[in-house]
Design a protein around this ligand. Structure first.
Ligand code: GLY
Length: 371
């Protein structure tokens, strides 16, 4: 079942959350704790309950997903599968023109074209779907889900992904808002040496290539994972990717194992931040495998941060102490409903959580403290 998020958005009492207190209050106002459990039989007819456990329901997301987790919980409480919940949750951000890192309003590539990435994974079936560099479709997460449900493939890219979407009734729309266009023009006008093309260079050369300062290049994204009333798990990640990227650049978000991974018996993980570093380490898969070995979600996320730090060997990607000069964040939950997250550079970072008691922000653990 698809939830039409425009309608949902209008009915959300939680659209302008600004503080942790508002967030908690909104969870209560939205009746997140209210019990609207469908019968076990009805759920079992969709997907059998996860084996040997009763955990959740719970939803987690990046810090920009405060409304997302509340929406995901609302959908879960109506008896839906977690895959419906996570898609409905991130749709709110995909259609939000004020989030410049996801969907409509996302910052474009270097040619001024918005190209979106998303992937999704469904725990009960272990099926996955993704779209890379798709243009003109506001809800790449829905298309990723269609790839999972209505094709025998896992990943569609570019024109093929767009054709697949229009075949299923999606409209092609202009996703470049005036605000995003103006920021892109400003970037073009100040390019100097800060695009993504690299000249031949020595790996020890610090003075070459990209400027990954988060103030100048945007790597925002949204991830959402959830456990539904049957104890089944799904996860989704969706993004407009690195701002002003080389056209056709695909980040970690549409790649299963990098941007998102789910094992129904173990847990789920997802990421935001510099996709290239995550692509080279497949951290969502790594986090789930660390949890399989007994790590808590937070420890598994920290392990992934350390793995990236250990593998960041080029001088242009290091600070003067050899540490990564960029950030990546991970979000995770295990099959028992325990949640956790970590980032490479932090101190004040948070992630969004909602459960039967409402919504809250939890601190992200970190490898290095920001100055
Ligand atoms: N993590 C989002 C991206 O790098 O595209």
């Amino acid at each position: 079942m698809y939830y039409e998020s425009n309608t949902e958005k209008n009915s959300m009492a939680t659209s302008n959350l600004t503080s942790r207190r508002d967030f908690l209050k909104a969870g209560a106002l939205a009746g997140i704790g209210a019990s609207v459990l469908p019968s076990a039989k009805a759920l079992g007819e969709i997907y059998p309950p996860a084996k040997n456990r009763v955990a959740g329901p719970v939803a987690i997301s990046s810090a920009n997903g405060r409304r997302t987790v509340l929406k995901a919980m609302e959908v879960i409480q109506s008896g839906a599968d977690a895959i419906d919940a996570v898609v409905a949750g991130v749709n709110l951000v995909e259609e939000d023109p004020n989030d410049s890192s996801v969907g409509y309003g996302g910052l474009p590539n270097e040619e001024g074209v918005v190209q979106l990435d998303s992937c999704i994974m469904h725990g009960p079936t272990s099926r996955a779907g993704g779209v890379g560099a798709i243009e003109g479709i506001m809800y790449p997460s829905k298309v990723a889900r269609l790839v999972l449900q209505r094709s025998d493939h896992v990943l569609l890219v570019g024109k093929g992904a767009q054709k697949f979407a229009t075949m299923h009734g999606f409209e092609v729309e202009d996703l470049l808002t005036d605000h995003a266009r103006e920021r892109w023009v400003k970037w073009k006008e100040n390019l100097s040496d800060r695009d993504d093309y690299l000249p031949p260079h020595d790996p020890s050369d610090k003075n070459v290539g990209q400027n990954f300062s988060p103030e100048e290049r945007h790597m925002g994204t949204i991830h959402c994972s959830a456990i539904d009333l049957s104890g089944n798990i799904s996860g989704v990640t969706t993004t407009s990717g690195l701002s002003y990227k080389i056209p056709g650049r695909v980040g970690d978000s549409p790649i299963i194992g990098a941007g998102c991974y789910v094992d129904n018996e173990i847990g789920a993980a997802g990421s935001t931040g510099r996709g290239e570093a995550n692509l080279e380490n497949l951290c969502s898969f790594l986090i789930v495998e660390r949890m399989r070995m007994g790590d808590s979600p937070q420890d598994a996320c920290l392990f992934a941060c350390q793995r990236i730090a250990d593998h960041t060997k080029l001088a242009r990607l290091q600070d003067d102490q050899g540490r990564p000069n960029f950030n990546v964040k991970f979000y995770s939950l295990n099959a028992d409903g325990v949640v956790g997250g970590a980032e490479i550079w932090g101190g004040e970072g948070t992630f969004s959580v909602a459960d039967a008691d409402g919504g809250r922000l939890e601190p992200l653990a970190y490898l290095y403290k920001r100055a």
